[in-house]
Design a protein around this ligand. Structure first.
Ligand code: SF4
Length: 717
């Protein structure tokens, strides 16, 4: 019997653009059987872009438009298991709680750690962070967002006093000069890229400069591409700051009224600056191209610098981002229509994680571990044992596991045995834990294979909550499918452990909306305009108001009841002085941490997501690029006897991977460098896990790993 179609608006679970998705389905045809097949998911119609969503206005990229092809139950984790055997929720949750209690008793709270994910919804993240930092009493909760945008967070906090993205997507359309740094948005953030393409078409005077060692698909719209030497960004931006100063092109009124530290920053920048001819050497680009770029920047007040993982995933990521912010502060180009620095996150809810304190150096609601904020959060949570200091950041967290300092590890919705640097070492480290718990919707990942306890989590289409996209816009993710087997929402799973640890009242949530309300109340608690993140206008929503919540940019409060489009347009910053701080940036190239004569860069491809657990289900998404590969320059290939299409072994002292050589003859790939996509695991292609090769080198401030600069060798396989 054909039942009437129902419709749900939700959000895409992939990238940080955060597109709205409309799903139509025959509710009566869907049952939570353990083996919903691809054919049975036919009761869900092909998804469409949500017309009213301000991120995408009805558009979807190929990954988003294939969502309905990825919702079958193949390979889903359906039941709790302990040491590979099915068990009940009650037994599994009690075991987890008992073990946490025993480890705290024997080794102290810092022997417990959680590792989360930008795939978690804000409500899930909130509960996990509260349990760890407020009730277990350690801040050893970090997340795979450390691999994604921790450098952007650290740079905003250093300079602006808060983790605040100043602008919005509209600025990318309204600018006259868009500088895209370390971003292949055409593949990694396709809908935003489409918006930029349309804006440039409508305004042919708009210039786009792409700064990236590779000539990616994003360069198709570039008026100028600077294929700089990998990691040389700080030389470029320091030189540009010096040039602007020497050209008398700084905004002295803005600098005087709203910033501190320009003199020191200029001195620091000028130490590494040079003539265009001299700069051409560290940057490896022509002096005429540099000259042109600098002139465009000097002459274009409406400039947006848009940056992503090429900036963040670096041992100098925080400095790179601060060099960009310095330029925007020095020219007063911040928080104005079409003029701002703008970082974009990789994951769908990296921003939500930042808001609730998902990173080990944050507490909650954009607060950290200062005595005053720690006390405020403690009082709000009525927390018995709030963490005293920041916890281990991701790489250090797994190092602590290896050193035997962490005895209990709970990994939520992520696959660190693929994505972490030196992934084989992380695998070895986990063998030292007394108990590894993984909560995930998938049964067979590299990481689930290493767990003692598996807890089945609800997946996209089944769970309810909110996410925040890269322009601070909070959107509802709504469930429309029943979960298979015994899968449950993450917030529920974590709350149940909290209750079994004796904190009944604190984790007594019945619905995701209860969690959201508490999160909103914490953001408003003793805020009075002191903190950027304020959802006081969303406190006290009924469940139906929460269900109907339309996308809105935070803050939402008395002053901005409909959300705030831009920050810092009033010249107020969240530092102690109310002024933004220039940061002294010392230009440096990445250090060598591996053995090899080629530099390996890593990144996304257009049609796959993370470690492919979802996107590999769609045959359509496999058609664009079917197998792991390495882009290689023809001279490098010839020197090593590698031909296009050969299998090649990429190796260094940490291990090796085997991928298909793509000899790039059209200049897209720089000589001496390789590009390898990040997605393939050993599950989808034997020996293709690129994390095996990467050193554990991190940015000293943000702790973000260097994922774009690894020395490797290559030879025919
Ligand atoms: Fe999903 Fe990102 Fe594509 Fe939008 S651009 S549909 S959020 S993957």
């Amino acid at each position: 019997m054909i039942t009437e179609l129902q419709q749900t608006n939700t959000t895409c679970p992939y990238c940080g653009v955060g597109c709205g998705v409309t799903v139509q389905y025959q509710a009566g045809e869907i049952s939570p059987t353990a083996n919903l097949t691809t054919a049975q998911t036919g009761s869900v119609q092909p998804v469409a872009g949500m017309q009213a969503h301000p991120a995408n206005f009805g558009r979807l990229c190929v990954k988003g438009s294939a969502l309905h092809e990825t919702i079958d139950h193949t390979d889903r984790l359906l039941y709790p298991t302990m040491n590979g055997k099915r068990t009940s929720w009650d037994k599994a949750l009690s075991l987890v709680a008992d073990k946490i209690q025993q480890v705290i008793h024997t080794h102290g709270p810092d022997a417990v750690a959680f590792y989360g994910s930008g795939q978690l919804l804000t409500e899930d993240y909130y509960v996990a962070n509260k349990l760890m930092k407020g009730f277990i009493g350690s801040a050893n909760m970090d997340t795979n967002s450390r691999l994604c945008m921790a450098s952007a967070v650290a740079s905003y906090k250093r300079s602006l006093g808060s983790d605040t993205v100043p602008g919005n997507y509209e600025d990318l359309e309204k600018t006259d000069l868009l500088i895209m740094v370390g971003s292949n948005a055409a593949w990694a953030h396709p809908i935003l890229f489409q918006r930029i393409v349309a804006a440039k078409k409508a305004n042919p005077a708009m210039k786009v400069v792409v700064i990236d060692p590779r000539r990616t698909a994003t360069c198709d719209i570039a008026d100028l591409h600077l294929a700089i030497r990998p990691g040389s960004d700080t030389f470029l931006f320091n030189a540009l700051l010096t040039y602007m100063d020497q050209s008398n092109a700084l905004d002295y009124s803005f600098i005087h009224n709203h910033t501190d530290g320009i003199a020191e920053a200029l001195e620091s920048a000028s130490a590494s600056s040079a003539t265009f001819e001299e700069l051409a050497q560290p940057l490896d680009v022509s002096s005429s191209d540099l000259n042109l770029f600098f002139e465009w920047f000097r002459d274009t007040p409406k400039t947006v610098t848009f940056y992503s993982q090429g900036v963040n995933q670096s041992s100098a990521g925080t400095d790179k981002a601060n060099a960009i912010i310095n330029l925007h502060l020095a020219t007063g180009r911040i928080g104005k229509e079409g003029a701002s620095p703008f970082s974009i996150t990789g994951q769908p809810n990296a921003m939500g994680g930042r808001e609730v304190g998902g990173l080990a150096n944050q507490l909650a609601a954009h607060m950290d571990f200062s005595a005053a904020e720690r006390d405020l959060v403690r009082r709000f949570w009525q927390a018995p044992t709030i963490a005293e200091r920041p916890g281990h950041k991701a790489v250090d967290l797994f190092n602590a596991v290896k050193e035997g300092k962490i005895k209990f590890l709970w990994i939520m919705s992520t696959n660190p045995l693929v994505s972490m640097p030196d992934a084989d070492d992380v695998k070895e480290a986990m063998k030292r834990c007394e108990l590894v718990v993984v909560s995930d919707c998938m049964a067979n990942t590299d990481t689930t294979a290493a767990a003692h306890v598996l807890l089945p989590a609800a997946s996209w289409g089944e769970k309810n909550g909110t996410v925040t996209n890269s322009e601070r816009r909070i959107s509802r993710q709504r469930g429309f499918l029943p979960s298979p087997g015994e899968a449950m929402p993450d917030w529920w799973i974590i709350s149940q452990v909290g209750r079994r640890l004796g904190h009944e009242e604190a984790f007594n949530y019945e619905h995701a909306s209860d969690v959201f309300d508490e999160h909103a109340r914490l953001s408003a608690f003793e805020n009075n305009g002191k903190r950027d993140f304020d959802l006081s206008g969303l406190v006290g929503m009924s469940r139906s108001q929460y269900d109907a919540l339309a996308p809105i940019q935070w803050p939402v409060n008395d002053q901005y009841p409909s959300g705030r489009a831009r920050f810092f347009d009033d010249g107020h910053f969240y530092t102690a002085t109310g002024k933004a701080k220039f940061i002294n940036v010392e230009a440096r190239l990445p250090e060598v941490h591996s053995q090899g004569d080629l530099v390996m860069n890593t990144g996304r491809i257009r049609d796959h997501w993370h470690t492919m657990t979802r996107t590999a289900k769609s045959a359509r998404l496999g058609q664009h690029i079917a197998e792991p590969y390495a882009d290689i320059h023809p001279d490098d290939a010839n020197l090593r006897g590698i031909k296009h299409g050969d299998l090649v072994e990429i190796h260094n002292e940490r291990g090796h991977i085997i991928v298909r050589a793509q000899v790039i003859n059209d200049g897209r790939q720089r000589k001496g460098e390789l590009f390898v996509p990040m997605h393939w695991t050993n599950r989808y292609a034997s020996k293709a896990r690129m994390g095996t090769l990467i050193a554990k080198t991190t940015d000293p401030i943000s702790g973000q790993p260097e994922l774009k600069f690894t020395q490797v060798n290559a030879r025919p396989f």
